[in-house]
Each structure stands twice: as C-alpha cells, then as structure tokens.
Design a protein around this ligand. Structure first.
Ligand code: MF3
Ligand code: CO
Ligand code: CO
Length: 373
C-alpha cells in the first residue's frame, strides 16, 4: 500500500501525481484536496528532478569532448550522446537509480559484512527469471547489429526491450553510467558508452546487458561480428568464448573461485592472447556487483569456494596484444593500451548440487553464440 505524500497524512493513497509519473517518480496522494494542499511544497520535488535531468542532458549533449586526449587506437567517441532515457515509475528500481552520484549503498553494506550469499529456492527462481529476461534483451540488441547502426540505437533497443519486460536497465545511473547497456567496439575492452558512432564493416562489438527484475539482477554479454571480420579477430572472439566455456566447465560445489583464472589464462596463453586483469567476474543477486570477486588471470588470490546457491558471473576479457588497459576521460570506456582488439563473453551462473546452471544461456540454436550464426 502507498501512503499519501502530504507530510503527516498517513492515509492510503491511490492518486498518482501526473508530473511525477512522467519524471519516473512514484508519488501518491490520498485525494485531490490533499494534492492541492501539498502543491506548493510538492512541486519543488519536480523542480529538483527536472534540474538534475537538465544538468545530465547538458553534459550528454556537448560535442568534441576531449580535444587534447591521446587515444591508444583508432576508435573515437562520437558525441553528442542522446538524452537520458527514462524508466516508468511503476518498475522497481535499484537503490542507486535515483542517487545523485549513482551510489549503490547496498553493495557497500554487503562489502562490510563480507559474506557470500547462498540463495534460497525462491531467490534462485527469481534469478532464473531475470536471467531469462536479460538474455531476451541481449537477443533483441544482437538482432539489430549491422553496418551503419549506431551504438546509441542498440542502447535504445535494449532500453525499450528492458522496460517492456517490467525491468530496470541496471547500468543506467550505476555510478552515474549514462546509458542502459555497454557497447564496446574493437579495442574497447568493456564499459563502452553507446554513442552516435555507426558500426563499420569489420568491427567487433560487444553488447553487455544487465536487467533488474523484481529485486534481482541478470548480467550477460556477447561479442558480435559486424559484416566481414578479419581472420585474427575471428580467432580472438572464438578463443574468448572458449575461455568462458572452459571455465564454466569447472563450476561445481567445492571448487575454488581462484581456479577460474588458471583455466582461462591457460587457454588464452596457448593461443598467444592476453587476459585483462583490471575487471573481474562478480557475485550477482539482489546486488549488481558483490562478493565473490572472480579474477580471470592465473595465480590470483581470490577468496572463496563455490557452494550450491551461489550466483556469480564469469566474463573474461581477452586481448590480442597487451593485457593492459587505459580509461578514456569519460571515466568509463576501457581500452587496450596498445590499441589492439579485445573480446569478451559473460554469463550469469548458478552453482548447483551437481555443477552449474547457466542462467543467461541462449535458448535457441543450442545456446551457440551469435558470432557462430
Ligand atoms: N555489465 C557490466 C558487468 O558485466 C558492468 C557494467 S557497469 C556499468 O559487470 F555501469 F557500466 F553499466
Ligand atoms: Co558482470
Ligand atoms: Co555485464
């Protein structure tokens, strides 16, 4: 039950403020009189939200963002970014969605508690549901990949597919990330911001989708080919995918989280590719990123042992040259230091009594990745 927004009025409230509804705010009043009585105070809430939105949009709209930055490779941002996409008020939002700095308070609390969550049957079922939903969303984005399509257009499709499924796009406002998914092209390792760059023949593009549905997150990504891709890039993508699946193969109760990185690095090295160290797989449940941390590199010191009811991602980033990364001045886009290409695959996993369930696995074509279609 919603209670009336008027301070001191605790009555049940079914009348929704229309301006709030448009702004994605969930504010209710008990009746018209109460609404009118509160108007002078209440409209300040609108003003505050509108001016925050205007500030965000001013930043998004500027062109030629960093004239003096020395890029590591040929990829460039293409600004202006499109306006911030809104999520209807009736969809449940994670705690950071409305925080001015996009700060996930729940993640910090969990970090202090330092424990690894074992999900009960009901929570596991909720993770299955959001896993399926996030996969369907990625499928819609993947179907739109073609020469000439902008990454912002992919973001629009992902955003709409997410909202259609009564879900919140987890990246939106997470630590102030400005869009609803990550799109990482060529030498971009991860966390690329969808912009007005058109996909070009021969590009690699990774789409990373996370959805939040009824209190739980599902997270996956795939790297796709745009038009005709060179043989070395094809090999890179193939090996990145094999790295993920070889590591999924060892998931079972009693396995150490630190083993994942040994399996991945062995396969990447055997193919003369490198493994990115800065970004790791992560626990995922009612929090987007939580313990365990799952490094993809060998001889890591990750803590923890897999147990039935743990949900986490594995998401290796495999690079053609150096494993080292740099971050663009947007504070998000991670690129290889040498400008060579990088590829990534991610699934959300459930450790079961017998082994593993891939919660975000593709439902068609026997689960095969898009680059093999
Ligand atoms: N989806 C990414 C991951 O796999 C995280 C993206 S954070 C964002 O963990 F803010 F960039 F969305
Ligand atoms: Co992830
Ligand atoms: Co992800």
């Amino acid at each position: 039950m919603k209670t009336c927004q008027t301070p001191g009025c605790e009555k049940e409230a079914k009348l929704q403020c229309p301006t709030c509804l448009k702004l994605g705010l969930d504010n209710f009043f008990c009746n018209q009189d109460c609404f009118k009585g509160s108007w002078v105070e209440h409209k300040k809430v609108h003003q505050k939200t509108k001016s925050a939105l205007e500030t965000v949009n001013r930043v998004l709209e500027q062109t030629n963002p960093w004239p003096n930055y020395k890029f590591t490779g040929p990829l460039r941002p293409v600004y202006p970014l499109s306006k911030k996409r809104l999520v209807p008020a009736h969809i449940a939002r994670p705690d950071y969605a409305d925080h001015p700095e996009g700060f996930p308070a729940g993640e910090r609390e969990a970090k202090m508690a330092r424990c690894m969550k074992v999900l009960n049957d009901e929570e596991i079922e909720a993770m299955r549901v959001v896993g399926r939903i996030s996969r369907e969303i990625l499928d819609e984005g993947a179907a739109a990949v073609a020469v000439g399509v902008t990454t912002d257009e992919l973001d629009r499709i992902v955003h709409e597919a997410t909202v259609e499924r009564e879900s919140y796009p987890s990246p939106l406002n997470y630590h102030k990330f400005p869009k609803s998914c990550c799109t990482s092209v060529n030498e971009c390792i991860c966390h690329g911001i969808p912009d007005n760059r058109k996909l070009e023949d021969g590009d690699l593009v990774n789409i990373d989708v996370t959805a939040y549905h009824r209190g739980f997150h599902g997270d996956l990504n795939e790297t796709l080919f745009v038009g005709n891709v060179d043989e070395q890039s094809k090999k890179l993508v193939q090996v990145a995918h094999e790295c993920l699946y070889k590591s999924i193969d060892i998931v079972k109760p009693g396995e150490k989280y630190r083993e994942v990185g040994n399996v991945i690095t062995k396969h990447a090295s055997a193919n003369s590719f490198s493994v990115v160290r800065t970004y790791c797989g992560h626990g995922i449940n009612d929090l987007f990123h939580t313990s365990p941390t799952v490094p993809h590199y060998a001889k890591n010191k990750a803590v923890g042992i897999m147990k039935p009811g743990h949900t986490f991602t594995i998401e290796p980033m495999i690079s053609a040259g150096s494993f080292r990364d740099a971050t663009w001045p947007d504070d998000w886009t991670s690129v290889t230091i040498d400008g060579k290409r990088s590829a990534q695959f991610e699934q959300t996993l459930l450790c079961t009594e017998n082994g593993v369930e891939i919660l975000t696995e593709r439902r068609s074509k026997g689960g095969q990745p898009y680059f093999m279609d």
